[in-house]
Design a protein around this ligand. Structure first.
Ligand code: ZN
Ligand code: CA
Length: 401
């Protein structure tokens, strides 16, 4: 017990995310440069994240265990999973109770990222689900290489429609790992999600200090949404976000403010923003994303990960198994579109269509009596809700670019 306490007291965050360094791979370099330009353009044209509507990302949690009863060891219980989703919805909406006071020099930089999460209500084939998958992996612990080679590809749900979260016990050379997230375009589609140590997931159940408050998910989902570490790996000082002060190295434990004031990166008198989710401090001390980070994550959701905006994953479904046309037999294509798209129904004739903006204002209506309806919503831009009417109504999100 003494050994365990000793180890916990000195456990440091260890993130396995690989930050793609452009210089190492010329092909990836070109792709990442184009992607970065797209992200920066999106930020320039969309501005402050407060002008955007809230995005809800469907989540599937894959619990990787070794045959323990539910709630025991790595087979973490449902309450631990629910606690993590609740914490995510606090952290990405600035609803956490441990935010910096407004009088703190970094207080005004804290951002509501306008991103929320749901446990998936329907799987990628339109079947009802709890959003929780329990997988007996047949071994007690895992290296990142093992997870990426076999387990993640075998269990991932369509990464274009879901955030895949895995919980597992890290072992071998990765026994000290807290988690890792795959940055956009930085790896194959078969591993494109986030893996978190089972003992650093949520804030109840089998959690262990100093990662017992569910903060690792903010850090690694941050990576998955395009955020770099505050000090960006080996390219110290720069994280491609303007309002995070330049940091020299990762910070651990719980530093006192101000930390590394006037560092040689040019941080100024307030020093480094160690309390940011993208640093390496303990759960008790990381409390914030900045407005710049929020804009960057929203830019990734507006570009390279935009297919998530129209995922039906958060909607309950009553359709039968193997309804490959999607929920309700409705297909909308293309989606996202430039304003011109088709609505096709395999189960009923559409009597009429209405389209509403995110404030609920009617922007388009069309009467029809057909299984296939063409829509031309010229001049629109953003996320809208399409209501498809026959005897009842089905509402689907659409994106116009
Ligand atoms: Zn990291
Ligand atoms: Ca910065």
């Amino acid at each position: 017990l003494l050994t365990l306490c000793f180890m916990n007291a000195f456990a440091q965050r260890s993130c396995g995310s690989l930050e793609p360094l452009k210089k190492n791979d010329p092909v990836l370099s070109e792709k990442l440069e184009a992607q970065e330009a797209e992200i920066q353009n999106w930020i320039l044209s969309h501005g402050n994240e407060k002008t955007r509507s809230i995005i809800t990302i469907p989540v599937v949690v894959h619990v990787v265990h070794n045959g323990e009863p539910v709630g025991t060891g790595t087979n973490i219980g449902d309450p631990q999973i629910y606690s993590q989703l609740a914490i995510m919805n606090e952290m990405f909406r600035l609803k956490n109770t441990d935010t910096l006071p407004g009088t703190h020099p970094f207080g005004p930089l804290q951002a509501d990222c306008q991103i929320e999460f749901c446990l998936a209500q329907q799987d990628e084939f339109g079947n009802p689900t709890t959003g929780i998958e329990r997988i007996n992996g047949g071994q007690s612990d895992w290296t990142r290489a093992q997870l990426e080679a076999t387990l993640q590809p075998a269990t991932i749900w369509n990464r274009d429609l879901y955030l895949n979260l895995w919980t597992a016990k890290f072992g071998g050379s990765n026994s000290g790992l807290t988690g890792y997230g795959q940055m956009p375009s930085a790896g194959p589609a078969t591993t494109d999600g986030v893996v978190i140590s089972y003992s650093g997931f949520g804030n109840v159940g089998n959690v262990l200090p100093p990662f017992q408050y569910g903060k690792s998910c903010a850090h690694d989902i941050g990576h998955w949404l395009g955020l770099h570490h505050i000090s960006f790996g080996t390219m110290y000082c720069e994280d491609l976000v303007a309002d995070t002060p330049p940091a020299m190295y990762q910070n651990y434990g719980c530093p006192a403010f101000p930390h590394n004031p006037n560092n040689s990166c040019g941080a100024g008198a307030n020093g480094e923003m160690f309390m940011n989710y993208m640093d390496y401090v303990d759960d008790a001390c990381m409390v914030m994303f900045t407005h710049g980070q929020a804009a960057r994550m929203n830019a990734v959701l507006g570009t390279v990960r935009s297919s998530l905006l129209t995922s039906p994953g958060c909607s309950a479904t009553t359709t039968s198994v193997n309804d490959h046309a999607g929920s309700g037999g409705i297909v909308i294509y293309p989606n996202p579109s430039s304003g011109e798209f088709q609505v096709q129904s395999s189960k009923f004739k559409v009597s009429s269509l209405d389209i509403y903006d995110v404030y609920g204002k009617l922007v388009y209506e069309k009467t029809a009596n057909s299984n296939q309806v063409r829509v031309n919503l010229a001049g629109a831009k953003g996320v809208y809700l399409l209501r498809i009417n026959n005897n009842t109504s089905i509402t689907k999100p659409i994106v116009i670019q």
